[in-house]
Design a protein around this ligand. Sequence first.
Ligand code: PRP
Length: 214
Amino acid sequence: MITMALAKGRIYQETLPFLAAAGIYPVEDPEKSRKLMIATNRDDLRIVVIRATDVPTYVQYGAADIGVCGWDTLYEHGGNGLFIPVDLQIAKCRMSVAAPNGLDYDGLVRRGGRIRIATKFMKWARDYFAQQGVHVDLIKLYGSMELAPIAGLADAIVDIVATGATLKANNMREVRQIAPISSRLIVNQISMGLKRVELSPIIENIRKASNKND
Ligand code: PRP
């Protein structure tokens, strides 16, 4: 049995054509069902529907053999025990530093004081500011990061920007782009050895479908 971990929402929708390219069709729509384990047209392949941040954990521990996960989540997880064979080039966005329109972010950086940064991406933020030599106090949040500067909790945030609409609606702007983000196919390293016969064609068909999109 092959278990595939996917998150609901945009990544799921954009992953469906890649599954079709590998001959995999879920029998139910997880957006319409409350089932957490979904069968497919293949008796030997099932899908578990979990939170995006849990996808690398399921695959790392082998509770799922394969999955699709954003680079934002994957970097934050660290990638232990994972093989990352394909960049699907879907769900594209970027990891950025954003600040209120009124804040002189460059001035803050130049003066070298500590900047208060709210984020749910602690590893991204820690690594980025360390590499830049910028002193920060990181404040861990679980969502709605854009509220933190408005409410006076932080000076700036590290978050995902896609269209920029959320920043604009909250009078904020991107002040630094940290990295481009897209979703990756991830595979448990032990499954890759033990289930190579079943997994290889799936990976190769997904890889071919992603090359066609280039
Ligand atoms: C992400 C992110 C921003 C928003 C950016 O949130 O945290 O709030 O999308 O998108 P935009 O640039 O197109 O406005 P998401 O909706 O994924 O939910 P989350 O806050 O729970 O992470």
